[in-house]
Design a protein around this ligand. Structure first.
Ligand code: SF4
Length: 208
């Protein structure tokens, strides 16, 4: 965030005071702190993860965004980078990890597979996009996306954070937004527990 974005417009600070004081809002200060220290959870699912690893090398310098510290624990992370094919077998673990991350937390779907199933969309073992289970903030297209594309997605996430307000963010509110996502069950197929009633009705119809 540049100094111009940080300072509230309409307040002209005298030239000699510019390096000493700044006038801003609590929202801007709070967002600046969060957007400059987004720590991604360190895990990958398939080929896209290789590009994610490449993006964290010195050549691309993730430290510019304060995002170079990939954490091995969900409890220390605030960004889930879903990089790769989301199989039904992996979804329960991904949702559990997401639930274990503290708010505020964000999700980036990296690549065609994580965004919509990609080349395996109709596969019997593949979920057609992680957004079937988690609230995705940014989609990064490509198969695989380049490290530059991922960086662009990270910048878009920062822009999204910049627009948030303490008055409206979900982690300070009570209600359905703050409820944990039920971990899906993997049996003969993947069962989304949020759809239990619907599944029961369909099963009852089949018995009739
Ligand atoms: S989007 Fe392409 S590169 Fe990424 S995990 Fe799927 S198949 Fe691999």
């Amino acid at each position: 965030m540049s100094e111009n974005d940080f300072t509230l417009p309409g307040y002209d600070i005298p030239e000699e005071m510019k390096n000493t004081i700044n006038i801003t809002s609590l929202d801007r200060l709070y967002n600046w702190g969060r957007r400059s220290s987004v720590w991604p959870l360190m895990f990958g699912l398939a080929c896209c993860a290789i590009e994610m690893i490449a993006a964290s090398t010195a050549r691309y310098d993730l430290a510019r965004f304060g995002m170079e510290i990939m954490r091995p624990s969900p409890r220390q992370s605030d960004l889930m980078l879903v990089a790769g094919t989301v199989t039904k077998k992996m979804v329960p673990m991904i949702v559990r990890l997401y639930n274990q991350m503290p708010e505020p937390k964000y999700v980036i779907a990296m690549g065609a597979c994580a965004s919509g199933g990609g080349p395996f969309k109709e596969g019997y073992n593949v979920v057609a996009g992680i957004d079937k289970f988690l609230p995705v903030d940014v989609y990064v297209p490509g198969c695989p996306p380049t490290p530059q594309a991922l960086l662009y997605g990270l910048i878009k996430l920062q822009e999204k954070i910049d627009k948030q307000s303490l008055k409206h963010v979900r982690w300070y509110r009570k209600g359905p937004d703050s409820v944990e996502i039920p971990v899906p069950l993997l049996g003969p197929d993947l069962i989304d527990l949020r759809r239990t009633e619907e599944i029961k009705k369909i099963a009852a119809r089949k018995v009739e």
